[in-house]
Design a protein around this ligand. Structure first.
Ligand code: SAH
Length: 335
């Protein structure tokens, strides 16, 4: 929902200040429209239905995976594509992966979003509307900013959205912001954000030269400075930083590279998430990566285990509908 438009519309009618809050609380609880907001006067509900679009996004397509994952493709009012994913786990956890931008200006060589055209930053309302879309389906409890875009390039809107998430059922502790290490945003996040929102860093290589090949941004913001900010986050918030490491066959998955990684990261501060690479279908444009074998992933993890660096291997969800990590690029289902 466009909160500015909502507040303006209510203000123009001379409505009391608590009305906007009332409307938001209904939306956050997953109602389908203004007509269901029974403590709002009927005439006002009608006016809002006529003047304020209930969502700032229109659903363009939705794909359902055999594992229960749902991917939604939306369009903003001005036509930009936005994708979000709902992941359902056996233990009952419901996790939403949202986009912070339409497309992404960064061009990480293995990521499908990086290969599509950058649109623009999303507003807080557009970010929340992705979560509300799924909240209308069922209760949700986790959210990660791991869809399209770099959250630290759109930090104000990302935080404005994150601050409202507890009303939707997602506490700050269950909210994660993932970054490539975009330093200006990261520094502000560490300095200013008091809520216990989790920080995740996309690392992918311990060796700076290799990391620069995978992620151009590494040339701009050197890894040691980025890691120092992560340590500062840990000292201030007492929460571990999650490190994302996508496993690329023959590129960053040797046991030697695992030792390098273990040497770089303090086990008291970092926890590693090994991510099986998901084919993006962009091999003709990119260098044509292949995912590491299961054996290579276990051997890599074994080295981390021996070094007592905590790690997990990420469950792949929604691969059959191109909803898995790094596959969000709207061209595919909009084509
Ligand atoms: N720009 C932020 C937020 C996006 S998170 C960031 O990069 O952290 C998206 C995560 O998916 C990142 O960790 C990214 O490295 C990972 N990813 C990208 N492409 C992938 C692919 N093809 N397979 C698996 N993971 C991928």
């Amino acid at each position: 929902m466009d909160f500015e438009l909502l507040e303006r519309t209510l203000g123009d009618r001379g409505e009391p200040a608590y009305r906007a809050r009332q409307v938001w609380e209904w939306a956050a609880r997953g109602v389908a429209g203004f007509e269901q907001m029974t403590n709002v006067p009927a005439s006002l509900r009608e006016l809002l239905a006529a003047e304020v679009p209930f969502s700032s996004l229109t659903l363009a397509d939705e794909a359902h995976s055999s594992d229960g994952t749902i991917k939604a493709l939306f369009r903003t009012g001005d036509g930009h594509p936005v994708e979000a994913v709902l992941m359902r786990y056996r233990d009952g956890r419901r996790s939403i992966c949202v986009s912070s931008q339409s497309g992404c200006p960064l061009t990480c060589s293995f990521c499908a979003t990086g290969a599509m055209r950058f649109g623009r930053n999303l507003t807080a309302g557009e970010i929340l509307d992705q979560a509300l879309h799924f909240r209308r389906l069922e209760p949700v409890d986790h959210l990660v900013f791991m869809g399209m875009g770099e959250p630290m390039l759109n930090l104000d809107n990302v935080l404005a959205a994150a601050r409202r998430l507890p009303d939707v059922g997602i506490t700050h502790r269950r909210t994660t912001i993932s970054t490539v290490g975009w330093l200006p945003g990261l520094t502000r996040f560490v300095d200013q954000v008091e809520q216990p929102i989790r920080l995740a860093l996309s690392l992918h290589a311990a060796d700076p030269r290799l990391r620069s090949q995978l992620m151009l941004v590494n040339d701009r913001y050197p890894l040691d400075t980025v890691l120092a900010e992560c340590r500062r986050y840990f000292e201030l918030r007492h929460r571990k930083v999650y490190v994302e490491y996508v496993m690329l066959n023959g590129v960053n998955d040797s046991t030697e590279q695992a030792r390098e990684l273990a040497g770089l990261l303090d086990p008291a501060i970092f926890k590693v998430n090994l991510i099986p690479y998901n084919p993006t279908g962009l091999d003709n444009k990119g260098p044509g990566y292949n995912g590491s074998s299961r054996d290579a992933i276990s051997a890599f993890k074994h080295v981390l285990d021996k070094a007592r660096l905590p790690s997990t291997v990420r469950l792949t969800r929604g691969r059959d509908i191109a909803a898995a990590c790094g596959q969000l690029a709207a061209t595919r289902i909009s084509a």
